[in-house]
Design a protein around this ligand. Structure first.
Ligand code: NCD
Length: 297
């Protein structure tokens, strides 16, 4: 694979082998320095803690070095330079570009102008494949993907992590249960695509209807920065929350995931419950992103 732009670029076999490689990296007594002598540009034109830091750490662990730009203001994009020109220039400095950009489609465009591999680290409301791969990796640590019932709770309209994850899961025999405020349901085009791929998608109004059936609950933050205006955000703000009470009657072995950052969707009392796996999930970003970097180099 030259670039990693969308989870749609992966076949099921490619997902499985990348996750297997991440597992091998995580347990290897010694890490192969696959990026020895290589430089990676981390261009983050949107805020990030986990994705940026874990890519940075993954590059260093593989023996490479990082060059980071962490805002539009800190780059020539603020002077009016096009993304295409930035990509052409940065390609002559580094061996891999990792890009987070607020506009959906930017990563694909960037890959057309870059002469080195591009990995997207979040593409507007569109795609977030590295998050998806670590989400799948985390689920697999607890259960096989085949046959699971997963509840996707929260901002399914603007949440790129849920878009990527739903598509990836449609490679397996899973049932997706969507639980979202009316204005934050999945885009119709995604639901149509999931149905075409034979994936069962069941809509629910309230998480309590479905808790006892779920193997995984995947909660997300309301993506406030992607709302067209403040009023539409305040209409849905704080409209759902996972609490120990809301989880009563859950299946044995059920796990709660969240890509983080959370902004009130998970009561901190849940953190102490055995089902809370979101901090392990973010830790899995390291071996998974190492495997992705190896894949493109
Ligand atoms: C997510 C993102 O950036 O899409 N964060 C992450 O990468 N772990 C989720 C979010 O910002 O809510």
């Amino acid at each position: 694979m030259k670039d990693i732009i969308s989870i749609r670029d992966f076949s099921r076999g490619e997902i499985d082998s990348l996750l297997a490689r991440a597992g091998a990296i995580a347990t290897a007594p010694q890490i192969q320095k696959t990026l020895d002598g290589k430089q990676v540009a981390l261009l983050f034109f949107e805020p990030s803690t986990r994705t940026r830091m874990s890519f940075t750490s993954a590059v260093s662990r593989l023996g490479g070095t990082n060059i980071t730009v962490d805002s539009v203001e800190g780059s020539s994009l603020s002077k009016g330079e096009t993304l295409a020109d930035t990509m052409r220039v940065v390609s002559s400095y580094v061996d891999i570009i990792v890009l987070r950009h607020p506009k959906e489609g930017a990563a694909r465009l960037a890959s057309e102008f870059a002469s080195v591999p591009v990995i997207t680290a979040g593409d507007g409301a569109g795609q977030h494949p590295s998050q998806t791969l670590l989400d799948l990796y985390t689920i697999r640590q607890s259960m096989p993907l085949e046959g699971i019932h997963i509840g996707l709770l929260g901002d399914l309209r603007y949440g790129r992590t849920t878009h990527s994850l739903a598509y990836a899961l449609s490679n397996y025999d899973v049932t997706l249960h969507t639980i979202a405020p009316k204005s934050l349901e999945f885009p119709d085009s995604l639901v149509t695509e999931l149905h075409k791929r034979g994936c069962r998608v069941v809509e629910h109004e309230d998480i309590s209807e479905i808790v006892p059936e779920l193997d995984v609950i995947y909660t997300t933050r309301i993506q406030r920065e992607r709302f067209p205006d403040a009023a539409s955000y305040y209409n849905v703000a704080e409209s759902y929350r996972i609490t120990p009470e809301a989880l009563e009657g859950h299946k044995k072995g059920m796990i709660v995931l969240h890509p983080l950052p959370r902004a009130g969707e998970i009561d901190p009392r849940v953190d102490a419950m055995p089902c809370a796996r979101y901090f392990e999930q973010s830790g899995n970003g390291i071996p998974v992103r190492m495997a992705m970097l190896e894949e493109v180099i």
